[in-house]
Design a protein around this ligand. Structure first.
Ligand code: BTN
Length: 269
């Protein structure tokens, strides 16, 4: 079981997770924070569950995670407006990536928009959602699943998925300490997001799979005919790609994915 007291002893943030909601079992932490009344929801609240019965992934997929082994949680932000909101989600992905790298001394990469890969296998995914009241952004939810101590994965994803423990010779990782470190980074990069977005985009770009290379793009499961040079993200968090005919394509939605060099014949995860 996730030990909240132990986590609080590790936590060194000033506002992220100062309100921490733990559930042993819940449908989905994103769904929970989506429904929490506005008055009850403070900026930086984190909801974590040891078991999600209806964990949600991107493209309406399920997120299945072994109960009590991994980290499944959502951070709610109240940034006031939706400007640069995709970059905020990417700053959280960056926080996961750097925390994973630091804790294991492995290289991690960002598969745009928000999967984290180590040794070509997915270790973390993210589901970002906006909630509007009228025209005003009421909350921005960043739901994160990290495979921490799960050692076996079901057949369909086994070949494409790994966990921190698997990369650590099957040795168990302390989830409470890992989450505390990660949330400290989230707070740090939130500050960068408000004040130094250009620097933040450069830091993110370094980790994007295909950055600076000519790659194929996959649109809704089909390879686009041309190749594109990945120029990195802009301050909106959109991906810029140069076509063979020298046009800059701005990729704003997640139905388009970069096909890592050499993986053109493999379906996206
Ligand atoms: C993906 O890669 O498809 C995104 C996975 C996001 C999973 C997390 S787990 C915590 C939060 N609650 C959910 O229901 N989903 C996100």
């Amino acid at each position: 079981m996730f030990e909240v007291d132990k986590f609080n002893a590790f936590l060194q943030t000033s506002w992220v997770a100062k309100d921490f909601i733990y559930h042993k079992e819940i449908s989905s932490t994103n769904t929970y924070l989506r429904k929490l009344p506005t008055k009850r929801l403070c900026h930086g609240v984190v909801c974590l569950a040891d078991n999600q019965t209806k964990g949600r992934g991107q493209y309406n997929r399920k997120w299945i995670s072994e109960p009590f082994s991994n980290l499944t949680f959502t951070i709610a932000f109240k940034p006031g407006s939706a400007d640069y909101i995709h970059l905020l989600a990417l700053s959280c992905a960056l926080s996961v990536l750097e925390t994973v790298q630091d804790s294991l001394d492995v290289q991690a990469f960002l598969k745009w928009p928000n999967d984290i890969l180590c040794k070509n296998k997915k270790i973390s995914g993210m589901l970002a959602e906006t909630v509007f009241k009228g025209n005003t952004l009421d909350r921005f939810l960043v739901g994160i699943g990290i495979n921490v101590n799960q050692l076996e994965f079901p057949k369909p994803i086994a070949g494409q998925t790994t966990s921190l423990a698997r990369l650590n010779s099957n040795k168990i990782i302390c989830r409470e300490s890992l989450l505390a470190k990660l949330l400290q980074r989230v707070e740090f990069y939130y500050y960068k997001w408000t004040k130094q977005r250009a620097e933040l985009t450069q830091t993110i770009n370094k980790y994007i799979i295909g950055y600076g290379s000519w790659v194929h793009l996959n649109h809704n499961g089909a390879l686009l005919p041309e190749t594109y040079k990945i120029l990195g993200i802009n301050e909106q968090g959109h991906l810029l790609a140069l076509s063979e005919s020298d046009e800059i394509k701005k990729i704003t939605h997640e139905q388009i994915r970069i096909v890592p060099p050499g993986k053109e014949d493999i379906q996206p995860t």
